[in-house]
Write a new protein. Sequence first.
Length: 492
Amino acid sequence: MSIRNLLSTLVIAIVATPASGQLPIPKQESAASIAFRNAVVPAPQKPTTPVFKLSHTYPHSIPAKCEECEWLNIPVNFATQFPAGSKKVESPQWHGQHWDEYINAILNYVKEDQDPQLSNEIGWKTTVKGKTRWFNVPWMAYDPTAGREYVHGTTNERTATLGDLVQGSQQGPHVQFFMVGEKESCKTDYPWGFESWSVGYYNEFGGYALGRTIPTSGVPQMGEYLGTSVPAGLPFPTGTVVVKILTSNIPVDCVPFLRGSPEWMVDRHKYTKANGYECDREVQSDHVVQVDVAVVDRRSPTGWVYGTFAYDGNTPGTTFWDHIVPVGLQWGSDPWTFPAVPLSASLPLQQSVINTDSATFQHLGCKDRLAGPVDNQQSSCTSCHASAYAAPKGTPGIMGSNVPPSFGFNGMCQAYSLENAAYFQNQSAPQRFPGGQYGDAFTMDTSLQLEVAFTQYGYYNTDRAPQTCTDPNQITPPRKAAEAAIQKKVSK
Ligand code: HEC
């Protein structure tokens, strides 16, 4: 009998005779149990920190109308202008065109009933006026590298990829390398850069869509919208609001305007100056640096409006909310502006509007499209989010292979190209990603968290295991392989 046969006979024997005292053979953990886990590494028995609990009792119905969504009634103008005769195209203005009111109305809704200091002890409250308002995306506690941690439910962001690629440096997608206003000395003192961990919440309108897309079975469901196969709950309904709190481990000494920002404990990667970030985690402190919002507004050409706030300790006020300053709003990627078109045909920006009152934050995205202080400067909110697609048939999405390269490709934002034209395009659900290259990928209606969820489910469904954590700095070898794949595509 070969060893193999011997082993299988033994296994059969064990299965067939569960004698007393024998350990049961572990069963495959169910999709539901993994999907709705709180964290990759559970909280210890006697935690000394707050403990995150996934908010996933999604509503089964929603009101016909969002009464509190006051911004939906603000008369902002989403229309695109084209040059006609002597009439020039004008970029939108922060004041006098209601954009300032629009973002403030969203902020008033988002901060309702939240802790004035957004303190570590209280964190983000899911209940507003006695009712659950805020819900999380499932399946984000499977990936050991970037998956949810147990204190505040944050996940590790992949931010700085493209800048890294363009500069040809050794910087990775999980590590945020610099931040607007960062002192030069910090760039050399912290050679591995800084990590960003963040947590997102959908309101009940968004939560309803999440629950229909990923029901209690934990298995993503498909439905149909306008004759096209899309995730069952999509597109997100009018009334959807998403908020995301971003933290960074950058020391306040490196970015003085962060002084006074809430300090959150986060169970994140251990760090040494010699090796950078490690797979092992430990509870360490972070500062809240940015608050992102996104709302569904059917008047927008993409169906969405994205906005961001940055913490500024220099502004007057006593609460956290007094210190977050709007950076701007964006409702499209300006497909008539370079690099989506050649420079000679480029129109002024029309789908980003920047708060010109704030001198502190000069950090914008590609050609002044909107991006936040910790975001990729070669991208922009809606461009990166417009690339939220999932791979078909329950398989994992691999960016640049079967789903679009959200974090960039060589030459992003550098010159007019088909890839830039596709990346800085506007599409709305159920449209495919432009260009035809990712024709089988289906829309996530701009939700990159849902893309993470579908991809993690894809690993569960195909490999029965998540990708192992090898290097949270993501420099070798996955990073090298990704770079090589991108190079190959560019030179084709
Ligand atoms: C280069 C890519 C990139 C850019 C630029 C970017 N994001 Fe995101 N964003 C992500 C990824 C990836 C996630 C999901 C992963 C996570 O939350 O951990 C995400 C999640 C979010 C979420 C939670 C809901 C969702 O769609 O997944 C919001 C809201 C959001 N971002 C807003 C913004 C805003 C506002 C901006 C611009 C100021 C912005 N983002 C710029 C990559 C990007």
